[in-house]
Design a protein around this ligand. Structure first.
Ligand code: SF4
Length: 213
């Protein structure tokens, strides 16, 4: 499989924020979000190829049973993701899949010890037309649907989707790097969106916009 990087750090986003986690970042993505902060895992040749068995060995070195499969868009390598996830689940790992809302995760990632964190791309990304809203409705109560919000247009778009679809998953509003967390917080409170969690990117607060953390 094409690997951008494997590293051990804190989970910086979503419901598992702050928990030590092994990150497996897969190379390649079929979207081009305007504000993408991992372009090194989207384009170019900055990846290494390993069989799944070697990826598993590298994960084991960290002695942490929590793994985040991220990208890029991991589901571009869906067969390899399935194989890797199968081994991890059999070995009692807990998996978090980070994916964009335009590809159906494979059955193995709907297993009990796997959680799906799906992004809904808002207009500031220019990728909103690629989203498959039916996937959002399929997410379970333990999954998460994350809206990365840059401005008022994104905020209204996210609110509209929440009003239009019956979504069971946890809802997260996360500002793009450098946008005002206080502004989004005030909007959510003023609009009484009591089911929305406003969360920052913790790793960027701690280390800045760096790779491998
Ligand atoms: S889906 Fe993720 S990796 Fe792909 S371009 Fe958008 S932000 Fe970057």
């Amino acid at each position: 499989m094409k690997i951008s990087e494997i590293f051990f750090s804190l989970q910086g986003e979503g419901l598992e924020i702050g928990l030590p986690t092994v990150f497996v970042r897969l190379f390649a993505c079929d979207l081009r979000c305007n504000w993408c902060d991992t372009m090194y895992a989207v384009e170019g040749r900055d990846f290494r190829e390993h069989p799944v068995s070697e990826v598993l060995s590298e994960i084991e070195k960290y002695e942490c049973k929590r793994v985040c499969i991220t990208g890029g868009e991991p589901l571009i390598q869906i067969k390899e993701v399935e194989e890797l996830s199968n081994h991890l689940i059999n070995d009692n790992y807990k998996i978090l899949l980070e994916t964009s809302g335009h590809k159906m995760p494979p059955p193995i990632l709907w297993a009990e010890n796997s959680t799906i964190s799906m992004d809904c791309k808002c207009p500031s990304s220019s990728m909103q037309h690629k989203m498959d809203f039916d996937l959002f409705v399929k997410l379970r109560a333990k999954d998460q649907l994350k809206f990365v919000i840059q401005d008022e247009i994104d905020y209204k778009y996210a609110r509209g989707i929440l009003n239009s679809y019956n979504i069971k998953a946890n809802i997260i509003f996360q500002p793009t790097h450098g946008s005002d967390l206080g502004w989004i917080t005030k909007k959510v409170i003023d609009d009484k969106l009591e089911f929305v969690r406003v969360l920052p990117q913790l790793h960027k607060i701690i280390w800045g916009d760096k790779r491998g953390v």
